[in-house]
Design a protein around this ligand. Structure first.
Ligand code: IPM
Ligand code: MN
Length: 352
């Protein structure tokens, strides 16, 4: 198997270094190739994500990404030109963002709920498509629009994924939208969900307005199993669910093309955190957990579970002490242990 690694900007390279070393600990036969995308490359070459690079990345089984974004480049240039470009080009319409509380993890919000929820965020539509424009820019009469694109095809395939996931979890899907105001898209989401629900009689469906969902997530998050929502609402909700799960340092995500024609991309939910970049203090746990999500996706469940368990054990023992990036990575790797090494039927490690 071959993984495309994109360390990216800010703390991306630091956390990805720990993630890749952990990956090689559990699966030494996996090959990695590095792609230099982000601010440095953009400043040097003026390139974001070009066709040749995209073509090369496509030849891999999965992508592991650190973070994209840098304050020295105009806001959004790298995010849209690299990260979103990749999600669109590789049709990553399913964005999975799980939250599972770990004993010992920091309690960012009040309450002691034992959470296990999954946000299934749409990844290729909504207001992210660039369908908008501006008139009379710079005048007092400037008008800016950002159209939210919702197609029946896109909503259906996202909802189907959410129902499938819920069916093998606690059989509950909450559709989060805002149909009381966003009449057209809201109606489409509501009808699509209700029609699909007839095919999954065992799954309980409820519809929740996004504002109310924020309240319920803070006051009673344990009521949620799977949340299905659009691209922008999903972006907002998952910063909150990250906090519920112990902070953004622990939140992992997967970007998947449900047809499996394109490699999936795995990345921490956090950004490039330029304020702490290069100081060796960023928490690599989210990147390491993203690696475990990747291994699950690739069917290497044993290796994935080994990392998940090592992270849980580490978090339980870490307590509130602050550790360096290297210390955290090292401690997780030491818990991965030798019993987890890839069975000999796989090829030996190739150099990366
Ligand atoms: C995320 C990020 C991205 C998003 C940005 C960086 C484009 O916030 O992955 O949640 O909005 O999807
Ligand atoms: Mn976000």
């Amino acid at each position: 198997m071959k993984i495309a690694v994109i360390p990216g900007d800010g703390i991306g390279p630091e956390v990805i270094d720990q993630a890749v070393r952990t990956l090689h600990e559990v699966a030494p036969a996996i090959e990695t190739s590095y792609f230099d995308l982000g601010a440095r490359n953009y400043r040097a070459t003026g390139r974001l994500l070009d066709r040749e690079t995209l073509h090369e990345i496509r030849q891999h089984d999965a992508i592991l990404l650190g973070a994209i974004g840098d304050p020295t480049v105009p806001a959004g240039t790298l995010e849209r030109g690299i990260l979103l470009e990749m999600r669109f080009a590789l049709d990553h319409h399913i964005n999975l963002r799980p939250t599972k509380t770990m004993p010992g993890a920091p309690r960012v919000l009040a309450g002691d709920a034992n959470l296990d929820l999954l946000v299934v965020r749409e990844g290729t539509e909504g207001p992210y498509t660039g369908n908008g424009g501006a008139l009379r820019v710079g005048t007092p009469y400037e008008v800016a629009t950002e159209v939210s694109v919702n197609t029946r095809f896109g909503v259906d395939r996202l909802l189907r994924e959410a129902f499938e996931r819920a069916a093998v979890r606690r059989q509950r899907v909450t559709i989060v939208h805002k149909p009381n105001v966003l009449a057209f898209a809201g109606s489409l989401w509501t009808r699509a969900a209700d029609e699909l629900a007839t095919l999954y009689p065992e799954v309980e469906v409820d519809h929740m307005l996004v504002d109310a969902a924020m309240l319920h997530l803070v006051t009673n998050p344990a009521r949620f199993d799977v949340i299905a929502t659009d691209n922008l609402f999903g972006d907002l909700i998952t910063d909150l669910t990250s906090a519920l799960g112990g902070g953004v340092g622990l939140a992992a995500s997967a970007n998947i093309d449900g047809s499996r024609r394109n490699p999936a991309m795995f990345e921490p939910v956090h950004g490039s955190a330029p304020d702490i970049a290069g100081r060796g203090v960023a928490d690599p746990t989210a990147a390491i957990l993203s690696t475990a999500l990747m291994l699950h996706h690739l069917g290497l469940s044993h290796e994935a579970n080994t990392i998940d368990q090592a992270v849980r054990d580490h978090v339980a023992s870490r307590g509130q002490q602050s550790c360096s990036t290297e210390e955290i990575g090292e401690q997780i790797r030491s818990r991965v242990g030798s019993e987890s090494l890839t069975p000999p039927r796989r090829r030996p490690a190739a150099s990366s």
